[in-house]
Design a protein around this ligand. Structure first.
Ligand code: NDP
Length: 290
């Protein structure tokens, strides 16, 4: 039978999490500071815990999803809540240091702790499209994976509690970089009357094509050797100059093109002009302006 689970925090995301557990047949206990946010879930079969303590005691596993880590610490870390013997899975968004700190206080209070990051919107929760990352002790994840799997595509990244947050941020870097690159091209083409819808399929094809390069480039990075098999960085740099000049000539923002150009220029100045693009990892791997 599906294992019992408790959900603490019933904002937009917490309600979606509890709803997915219910639909998967898990006996689901819910608690929220503002109790009325449980009403809909209770109508769908959730059990409303009258107190936080009863919510924590109702299930071996409690999934927490609040605004931020300060709220989680206030509610569970410093309020005297009894966490002894429970497993907490904290799906609140935060950074890796906050995740590791939460793991420390949870351990002091006798809880097992997994940190998590949700890379999905509430309506996707409960479908395979919802990617939910977890980090912390592997046995704790394994013990509750059958329950957590009701939420979407769940993955365990490793024992370091900070990993889920770091992957989350790494994913955001991909998302915003692709979107900003697309907006740059759109702004440029709009100056000559090409609308966004016309450029979008072309941009999508380029993005998908570039994505294909990642595994091979990753091998170069992991080997620390960057032979120019496709093109040399100094060849790329000439194309970057066109990107900057065209943006400036068209009167659109050139900050992103100039940033791209500046990173490559630093790498070329450091002697890497004849190597392949991923040699730039050396620039990305040090502090800004370094
Ligand atoms: P909401 O603002 O809808 O909900 C916030 C929740 O936190 C509410 O249940 C609120 O309780 C509770 N809360 C805040 N402070 C406290 C406190 N001090 N004590 C007790 N409870 C508190 O946010 P979401 O549900 O959208 O987001 C929750 C988390 O999920 C965030 O970290 C967010 O980044 C993350 N997330 C959200 C996504 C989304 O698309 N919504 C996507 C991916 C991650 P009350 O109802 O009483 O105010």
């Amino acid at each position: 039978a599906p294992a019992p689970v408790t959900v603490v925090g019933l904002g937009l995301m917490g309600q979606a999490l509890a709803g997915a557990f219910l639909r998967a047949g898990h006996p689901t206990t819910v608690w929220n500071r503002t109790a009325s946010k449980a009403d809909q879930l209770v109508a769908e079969g959730a059990r409303r815990a009258p107190t936080l303590g009863e919510a924590l005691g109702a299930s071996p596993l409690t999934v927490v999803c609040l605004t931020d880590y300060d709220a989680v610490r206030d509610l569970l870390g410093t309020s005297g809540a009894d966490l002894d013997g429970t497993t907490l899975v904290n799906l609140t968004s935060g950074d890796s240091a906050q995740a590791r700190e939460a793991a420390r206080w949870a351990a002091k209070l006798g809880a097992r702790y997994l940190d998590g990051a949700i890379m999905a919107i509430p309506s996707a929760i409960g479908t395979a499209d919802a990617v939910i990352l977890h980090s912390g002790p592997a046995p704790d994840f394994a013990a509750h994976e059958p329950t957590l799997a009701a939420l979407g595509t769940v993955t365990h990244l490793g024992a370091d509690h900070g990993l889920a947050s770091l992957y989350d941020v790494a994913g955001l870097a991909m998302m915003w970089s692709v979107l900003n690159a697309w907006l740059q091209g759109t702004a440029l083409l709009r100056t000559v009357g090409v609308d966004a819808a016309t450029y979008a399929p072309f941009a999508r094809q380029i993005a998908a094509g570039v994505a294909e390069w990642l595994p091979g480039y990753a091998e170069q990075i992991d080997r620390g050797s960057f032979p120019a098999e496709v093109s040399a960085l100094e060849t790329d740099a000439r194309a970057m100059a066109h990107m900057v000049e065209e943006s400036e000539a068209a009167g659109v923002n050139a900050e992103l093109p100039k940033l791209i150009q500046a990173m490559a220029a630093r790498s070329i100045a450091a002697g890497h002009g004849a190597e392949q693009y991923p040699v730039l990892i050396e620039e990305f791997g040090k502090p800004s302006g370094g």
